[in-house]
Design a protein around this ligand. Structure first.
Ligand code: URP
Ligand code: ZN
Ligand code: ZN
Length: 485
């Protein structure tokens, strides 16, 4: 067979093994792996790592927040920045706003993504208006189109779903092959804290962390687990920021429930002290759940290592440090009027590589699992993405493990005017990025044109291997014969 391209002599890693050899690509797919493979076009990967392209499944791109603020990145800048960070697939959110139908929301995001993305993409829906039509018709129709995951919120007045709505949503997703993702924080606790802090004049950015106490996440995670396990539905907790939240996820998994968890770089590399920078600088570090403490950082490494949390995502939510973003409520905004979210799509994988693999906290195989393989499997792409294997999409990031660079906002490729990781020394960067056989990034340059990425229809959630215990009231033997499932 003649190949289009051969990557020669690199160290090839998957989520379970590492070996040396060549990878041959033909028609956008991995066509062969072995030794001595040849093609007219070759890349010499001697001394480099040949890894599956990253799959970034938590990022906010060209998305209006509930308060109307637009993210700084569109699908071009967002995907370009992701590509320079070693990613080949992005799954941002398509947000339904209250009063809007799901098909209308999807049309808006199709129009934003298709002409602009340089990488393969899909979306998770955000559901804020769970009408009967949305739950029973529109979401199942979106799943049919291959958009098989969506996010709901247990907090924010404009987004929150009630526990009763949540149960309806979980059952519909379970029955139609969807994966529900949830932002778990207790709305009432946060509102109560915000009111008391503001009334007493504590309105600086640092009080954002105080207003979202750890227990508000833990309560919501435990409640979410109770709701999902009651109806035997899969549920993914995004941006877990507390040890107790991660432990609750781990415990539910050990009991056989289809519960999953994600954490993000900000909880592993930053702390609430960053919110206490001079003036309004702390606004740059406002995200929800908020940054925690040093102990949490250690806890998150442990949970990633132990497998209690399966996903590591950026939660890239880029709002500039100006009146279009963080400072939309003035030069010194009260903490409760600062757009929530941090940028980080380009640094997600390099930070994990430099702080994790290089410092011996995780193995290279774990790095691959956390940046690519686990996300591909959980989000219905495990049959074509997230690993380097014959027949899979040729989505590959070639990393130079010795390359050292200091992070500056100016050198990143997003549309932001700051990075929370300014000045960090990172060792190990992706140097060549290939998506479905197309060279996207090479030699520090973007090679792909806007709109060259493809929409990836995703498979239903795969419940293989889970045997969730049935709640007594749901079991035919103990509920006096009521047919509830
Ligand atoms: O503060 C954050 N994380 N903003 C992005 C939206 C979300 O809830 O993930
Ligand atoms: Zn969230
Ligand atoms: Zn988010």
């Amino acid at each position: 067979m003649s190949f289009d391209l051969v990557i020669k002599g690199g160290t090839i890693a998957s989520a379970c093994a590492t070996s040396k050899g060549d990878v041959a690509i033909k028609d956008g797919k991995i066509a062969a792996m072995g030794l001595g493979l040849e093609a007219p076009n070759t890349i010499d990967a001697t001394g480099k790592l040949v890894l599956p392209g990253g799959i970034e499944t938590h990022c906010h791109i060209a998305q209006e927040s509930a308060t109307g603020a637009m993210t700084a990145d569109d699908y071009h800048t967002g995907s370009v920045s992701a590509a320079f960070g070693g990613n080949t697939t992005i799954v941002p959110f398509a947000a339904q706003h209250r009063g809007q139908t799901i098909p209308d929301a999807l049309k808006i995001y199709d129009d934003r993504a298709a002409p602009n993305s340089v990488l393969d993409y899909s979306y998770h829906l955000i559901v804020t208006d769970p009408t009967d039509a949305a739950i029973n018709e529109d979401l199942p129709a979106a799943f049919q189109r291959g958009i098989t995951s969506f996010k709901v919120f247990m907090t924010y007045d404009k987004m929150i779903v009630s526990d009763e709505q949540f149960l309806d949503i979980l059952v519909m997703a379970r029955d139609n092959g969807g994966l529900t993702m949830v932002h778990a924080e207790n709305n009432a606790m946060i509102k109560w804290m915000v009111r008391r802090l503001i009334e007493r004049g504590y309105d600086a950015p640092k009080y954002h962390a105080v207003s979202h106490p750890a227990v508000s996440e833990v309560e919501a995670v435990q409640r979410g687990i109770a709701l999902a396990s009651f109806v035997e539905a899969p549920l993914l907790f995004v941006h877990i920021s507390t040890d107790a939240g991660a432990r609750a996820v781990a415990k539910a998994r050990m009991a056989g429930h289809m519960i999953f968890g994600e954490t993000c770089p900000q909880y592993m590399f930053l702390t609430a002290q960053d919110l206490d920078r001079p003036g309004a600088e702390g606004a740059k570090f406002c995200c929800s759940p908020p940054l925690r403490d040093r102990q949490t950082q250690t806890d998150m490494w442990r949970h990633l290592n132990a497998g209690s949390l399966q996903l590591y995502s950026s939660d890239h939510a880029p709002y500039r440090f100006d009146a279009t973003g963080k400072l939309s409520a003035g030069e010194n905004p009260p903490f409760n009027r600062i757009a929530n979210g941090l940028p980080g799509i380009e640094l997600r994988a390099p930070l994990l590589f430099s702080e994790g693999v290089q410092k011996g906290r995780i193995t290279l195989e774990q790095f691959v699992a956390l940046t690519a393989t686990n996300a591909a499997r959980l989000f219905g792409m495990g049959d074509r993405k997230g690993t380097i294997a014959v027949g899979y999409d040729a989505d590959i990031a070639i990393w130079d493990p010795a390359m050292r660079r200091q992070v500056t906002a100016a050198a990143l490729h997003d549309n932001m005017d700051y990075t929370p990781f300014e000045g960090w020394d990172i060792t190990g960067w992706p140097v060549t990025v290939i998506n479905q056989g197309r060279i996207i990034v090479d030699g520090g340059e973007m090679k792909a044109t806007a709109g060259s990425g493809s929409f990836i229809p995703r498979k239903p959630f795969d419940a293989t291997g889970f045997l969730p215990p049935r709640a007594p009231e749901m079991a035919d033997t103990t509920n006096f014969g009521a047919k509830l499932f």
